[in-house]
Each structure stands twice: as structure tokens, then as C-alpha cells.
Design a protein around this ligand. Structure first.
Ligand SMILES: [Mg+2]
Length: 107
């Protein structure tokens, strides 16, 4: 974990990590899917990666150093938060463009 984050409380540290991962993701992948299934799919992929690290934490394997597992879990959780923000932005864009309600959408 970066040294400058050590003085922050856990809540603000988490926000800073999420925003950092968001910046990296937007630089690497400037566009984000417009269809919500793919958007949510990217978010859940990151959540799955976080789950893998959580399993490695709860059921330790000899080859995994605990501090490294916890670092990866923090990173994957921050990436999940970043993708949650990107997905939520898409949902809100749909919301703003919505001319029909969800109740009538499938008719
Ligand atoms: Mg990841």
C-alpha cells in the first residue's frame, strides 16, 4: 500500500484507492460499455477477483504470503468500487435519457 495513504483513516483511504483505480482504468480503457449487461459484467468480474483473494485469505495456502493476499484483496476491492462508479454513471445516463418507464419498456 502506498506510503501517503498511511495517515488517512480507513474510509478516506478506501475512497482514495477507488478514485486512483478509477483514474487508471479510465486511462487504460477510455470507453466503458453502453450496454448495461456488459457494464455490470465488468463490475462483477472485479468482484469475483476480490472474492478469489478473500478465499485465499480465509483459506491460506502455503505459497501465498498473507500481506500480499491482503494487498491484492484491497486492490481488487478498490477496482470493484471503481467499476461500480463507472457502471453507476452509465445507469444514471440511461436514467437521464429515459423517455419511457421500466414498467412500459418491455411492452
Ligand atoms: Mg482486477
Amino acid at each position: 500500500m502506498k506510503k501517503q495513504n498511511r495517515d488517512l483513516d480507513p474510509f478516506h483511504k478506501a475512497l482514495k484507492m477507488i478514485l486512483s483505480e478509477l483514474g487508471k482504468a479510465e486511462e487504460k480503457f477510455p470507453t466503458f460499455p453502453d450496454d448495461l449487461i456488459h457494464a455490470v459484467g465488468i463490475m462483477t468480474e472485479e468482484a469475483g477477483e476480490a472474492m478469489r483473494e478473500a478465499i485465499d485469505w480465509e483459506y491460506p495456502k502455503e505459497q501465498n504470503a498473507p500481506a500480499e493476499v491482503l494487498d491484492r484483496l484491497a486492490m481488487e476491492t478498490a477496482q470493484t468500487g471503481a467499476m461500480a462508479i463507472r457502471t453507476l454513471v452509465k445507469v444514471l445516463e440511461f436514467w437521464d435519457r429515459q423517455t419511457v418507464s421500466h414498467e412500459t419498456r418491455g411492452e
